[in-house]
Every structure is written in C-alpha cells, then in structure tokens.
Design a protein around this ligand. Structure first.
Ligand code: NAD
Length: 290
C-alpha cells in the first residue's frame, strides 16, 4: 500500500454507520491494486447527523466518489445534484460519482443482481419472476429487473412496516416500465405456490435464512419448487440457506447472494474508474462461489 499511495491517488469513500465490518474496502482496494489504478477506498463512520457535512467535504476535496450504506441510503439524495433513473424510482442511493463537481447518485444493488444472473448463465429477460421482499435490496432488484425487461413480477411481503413501500414500488413499476407487477401478502401461501409455479425464477430478497433467522424459510415444503425452477437467495451468509438447500434437493439451479455483492461493487467500480472490475480474479481472492 505504501508504494501505491502517491500525491495523485484519488479517494473513494464508503459512508455508513456501523461500517467497520464491511468487505467492500478489501474488494475495491484489491481490484485497484490488480489493475494498477491510482485510487484508495476507505470506510468512514458517517450517520445522518454528519452526512451533509461529509458530502460538502467530498465536493470541497474533489473526491471521485463513494459508496453509501445504511442509515444514509435513503437520505443522501437531498445533498446530490442528479439521480439515475433506478435511484430515483428506488428512493435510494448506494453509489455517488463526482464528475467535475456534479454529484450523481446511483443504486447498483439491482444492477449487481441482474449482472450476477447473467454471469451464471441465467436469462430472465422477457420472463416472469416471483420475489419476496420490500426492503432496500428487494426494491432495487425489483426496479432494475423491471427496467431491464423482466415481463412480470409477483412480489410478496409480510404485512409489516415495509408493506407501504412495496405498494409504492408496484405503482412505480406499473407506471414507469413495461413490466406488470402485482403485490401479494406472503401469508397467502396458496397464491405463493401458484405464482412460483408459473415463474421462471424465484428470489428471496429478505433477511430470512440469515441470523437471527438462520436455518429458517417461509417456503413450507419441497412441493413449492420444481426442478426447472431457478431459485436465488440474496443472503450470502450462510452461503447456503435452508431455502437453497431445499431447492437443491429438488434439483433446481440455485444462486446465493455472493454474486450480487460482487457485481454491485463491480458496477460502482466501473463508474468511478471507467474500467471493468477483474471479476474472475476477485472471485478467486474473495473465495466467491455461487
Ligand atoms: P431491509 O431491512 O431493508 O428489508 C427487510 C425485508 O425483510 C423486508 O421486506 C421485510 O418485510 C422482510 N422481513 C423481515 N422479517 C421477515 C420475516 N420474518 N419473514 C419474511 N420477511 C421478513 O433489508 P435489506 O437491506 O433489503 O436486506 C435484506 C437481505 O438482503 C439481508 O439478508 C441482506 O443481507 C441481504 N442483502 C444482500 C445483498 C447482496 O449483495 N447479496 C445486498 C443487500 C442486502
């Protein structure tokens, strides 16, 4: 690192709280080093109370860009100049790019999900997907899938505080894209079964299956899956959730959340540097298998 940092090195930030546990600094710095790019990626403990000053500082210091995580993802747009269409529709930003003083907010989670599918040889464009979730990750996936050309989305969620957000997402998709989206209550298991049966792909985009819900799934039994169905879980820790284990037993092609994590980073990396992330190298050093 000492050899890499010079007077010309450009800073990329990550602003969130808590954030010290993040694997993003390692991922981006390994990729910069591999490609010999003169950037350094550092995490900063920033919450809503210091967010505005941080963005002013980024402008003043001509920082090239930043990732943004909770609790700032749904607030930071107030301090930016422009938003990508997906960030606008999601109401969330996870990447900032500073082009000569113009700060644009992007959301790359959904792009990462779609790129991971493509990397795994899965083509969901023009097809139907059933997805569970209405939180930050789920919304980004649903919006990006609709923008990219998934023909139909059946969205399920429990009736918790995220329900209204799901209603808004469905309205946005139906008004602003060519995709047909419908929202269902996850407690209606007969409808869940029916919608999965007519889908090409099923995705869990909730925290079900990871701590504190590790070992659990809302899928009642194997009869909900068939061997031709593709089953995706965006949870990556554990790498194999109870739902993915069930899907594998049925014979489904499966994918965990590691690819989405890698490719959401890769999308941001390319926006900052103009260079594609060295994906196969990153898979090796981060021991990513999905
Ligand atoms: P969030 O808090 O914004 O959303 C939580 C979602 O889980 C909501 O839809 C909520 O209704 C649902 N939920 C909560 N308890 C539930 C239960 N008992 N049964 C069914 N649904 C329930 O969270 P988020 O940021 O959207 O993250 C969701 C999951 O996605 C987490 O496991 C996170 O680790 C994972 N994630 C993965 C990636 C990746 O790159 N692979 C990126 C972001 C998030």
């Amino acid at each position: 690192m000492a050899e890499r940092i010079t007077g010309h090195t450009e800073l990329i930030g990550l602003i969130a709280y808590p954030i010290r546990h993040s694997s993003s600094p390692r991922m981006h710095n390994e990729a910069f080093a591999k490609l010999g790019l003169d950037y350094a990626y550092l995490a900063f403990e920033v919450d809503n109370s210091t967010l505005e000053d941080t963005i002013k500082g980024f402008r003043a210091m001509k920082v090239r860009g930043s990732n943004v995580s909770m609790p700032n993802k749904t607030v930071v747009h107030k301090y930016l100049d422009k938003l990508s269409p997906a960030a606008e529709l999601c109401g969330a930003v996870n990447t900032i790019v500073n082009d000569d003083g113009v700060l644009t907010g992007h959301i790359t989670d959904g792009m990462g999900y779609m790129a991971a599918l493509k990397d795994a040889g899965i083509d969901v464009i023009g097809k139907k997907m059933t997805i569970v979730g209405a939180g930050g990750a789920a919304t980004a996936i649903e919006i990006q899938a609709a923008l990219d050309g998934v023909s139909e989305l059946s969205i399920f969620n429990i009736k918790d505080s995220f329900w209204e957000r799901a209603e808004q997402t469905v309205r946005n998709i139906n008004e602003k894209t060519n995709c047909k989206a419908t929202l269902y209550d996850l407690s209606d298991l007969d409808t869940l079964k029916k919608e999965i049966e007519s889908s090409y792909l099923f995705t869990n985009a909730t925290g079900m299956g990871m701590k504190p819900l590790e070992g659990k799934t809302y899928i009642p039994d194997k009869s909900y899956f068939r061997p031709e169905l593709i089953v995706v879980d965006i949870v990556y820790s554990p790498a194999e959730t109870a739902m993915l284990k069930m899907a594998k037993e049925v014979g489904c092609k499966t994918m965990n959340g590691l690819g989405m994590m890698l490719f959401q980073g890769a999308a941001a990396f390319e926006m900052w540097t103009g260079k594609p992330m060295p994906i196969e190298y990153m898979k090796d050093i981060l021991e990513i298998k999905y």
